[in-house]
Design a protein around this ligand. Sequence first.
Ligand SMILES: [Zn+2]
Length: 158
Amino acid sequence: MARRFNYRRLKIHFSYTIDEAARVLGAHKHTVRSWIEEGLPVVCRQRPILISGGVLRDFLSARRSRSKTSCGPGQLYCLSCRSPKTPAELMADYTPLTAKTGNLTGLCPDCDRFIHRVVSLAKIELVRGKLEVGFPQGLERIRQTTSTRSHCDLKKKA
Ligand SMILES: [Zn+2]
């Protein structure tokens, strides 16, 4: 179960270091780091890493609504319907957020609004289910290269 953090304490126009954000939220700094791993965007990758208060609020609020009803494979969360949905036409687009994570976007079959899911590129094969996922050009090439490489590694081990 995801712990609830009082993200309303964060000032929207203020940037926090990991330690500061952890202190304001009463979270462990490892927890804040794990959010960055999950795809929380940071202001600057150089040290000290800064997180915008507004971005962190949005991230935690989206995370909380996701934890209420978790999406199964091939499902994205519709904020309007407040439930996981399988996108119309079984189609979704991947938009990178960081090198390792991105946003899957599709259309809600019931309300025609955009539905989203933040996914890690490493887990996308598990998350996509039956969906046809469109990748930006270039990224698809990188992904294919990576999967070919891991395939070769597997072969070597066998
Ligand atoms: Zn909907």
